[in-house]
Design a protein around this ligand. Structure first.
Ligand code: SF4
Ligand code: SF4
Length: 337
């Protein structure tokens, strides 16, 4: 589960999925955060709490309390942050240390061309160094687009990072992920291999987030995935009130569209829809699967095809869903009657 305690952020990156900025004020209260964690912990499959945002470090001491509470319930915790708090390493240490003592298990840092207009690379490297020195598994996630200045290789080349990476440290990783626009009609250029097309379709699979992760937002909305475009897709959100967690999870698990997204993923659903209506343009428009997903739910031609033809797919999708669930649950399908 992911807790988006606030959408307030110290940065204001272009194409931020929540339009985060320093001027937003709404946030979850500490009792609401603890209540959500407690309800999630009653589900035996809920194993990890991710604190993201906005900028989760702006929750201050409440973040420390929430990490400690989730830890006390046996859950792993991760913070996703832009690293602003590590501009001065000594100050960064005083922000990170209480979280480590509270049981924080992972730190994810976001950076790239858009982020670095607000938080410098030096600050992000400071944060990564502090985290690894505390023994925290750390990931630096770098925005990916065809034309860019900031790359994973560039960050790895910082002497402080190079030293830590050279120690063959498996708990420090630098990854790249496509940066996506928040309008399904906009295109952020990526290399050809990253764009969805007939040629790359075989590399696209089911969504690993829907049915696996849930989200609570600062507006007390319950999200059925932690995708970048979830906020803009009404069908992936519901109202949360204390005591409703379990019912919402069950409602999500009973929705065919979410099951289909989990089994085939939005890219394959879109390619299928395009075979039904030649007006649907899909090749070389989308790179990130969440942008494809935004198109599925926003484009009227695609919505019409799904509404009119989804029944043709129900049997096949539900069969594969059941098979995959059985595999996950460790059933020996060869011995099944
Ligand atoms: S740092 Fe993250 S949350 Fe903050 S504005 Fe940038 S993309 Fe949005
Ligand atoms: S692909 Fe869709 S369902 Fe999956 S994470 Fe992205 S927005 Fe959510």
């Amino acid at each position: 589960m992911t807790i988006l305690g606030t959408y307030k952020c110290t940065a204001r990156c272009e194409n931020c999925c929540f339009d985060s900025n320093p001027f937003l004020t709404e946030r979850l209260s500490l009792p609401e955060i603890l209540q959500f964690i407690q309800e999630a912990a009653e589900l035996p499959t809920c194993k990890m709490v991710v604190f993201s945002g906005g900028e989760c470090f702006l929750l201050g001491d409440d973040l420390v309390t929430a990490v400690a509470y989730a830890t006390s319930l046996g859950m792993i915790t991760r913070c996703v942050t832009n690293g602003f708090w590590a501009k001065h390493p000594e100050h960064g240490r005083t922000r990170l240390e209480p979280l480590v003592r509270a049981g924080l298990k992972e730190l994810n840092l976001s950076t790239g061309d858009y982020h670095q207009r607000w938080v410098s690379q030096d600050t992000v490297v400071n944060a990564a160094c502090l985290a690894t020195d505390f023994g925290l598994p750390t990931v630096i996630m770098v925005e990916l687009q065809r034309e860019r200045r900031v790359t994973a290789a560039d960050i790895a080349g910082d002497p402080r990072m190079a030293g830590r990476l050279k120690r063959d440290n498996p708990s420090l990783r630098i990854l790249e992920s496509p940066w996506m626009p928040m309008d399904h009609n906009d295109i952020i250029e990526q290399s050809e291999n990253r764009m969805l097309s007939q040629r790359t379709l075989h590399m696209r699979g089911g969504c690993t987030s829907v049915l696996n992760t849930v989200v609570i937002t600062p507006h007390r909305r319950f999200g059925f995935c932690c995708g970048l475009s979830r906020e803009k897709i009404p069908e992936l959100n519901a109202d949360w009130a204390p005591g409703t967690f379990n019912d919402l999870v069950e409602a999500g698990n009973a929705d065919f569209m979410k099951i289909w997204l989990w089994v085939d993923g939005p890219d394959r659903i879109l390619a299928w829809a395009a075979t039904k209506d030649s007006r649907i343009e899909w090749e070389n428009r989308y790179s990130h699967h969440c942008q494809t997903c935004l198109a599925l739910f926003s484009d009227q031609y695609i919505r019409d095809v799904i509404r009119e033809h989804y029944r043709e797919r129900v049997q096949d999708v539900l069969f594969r869903y059941t098979m995959r669930l059985r595999e996950q649950q460790g059933f020996d399908t060869h011995l099944a009657p």
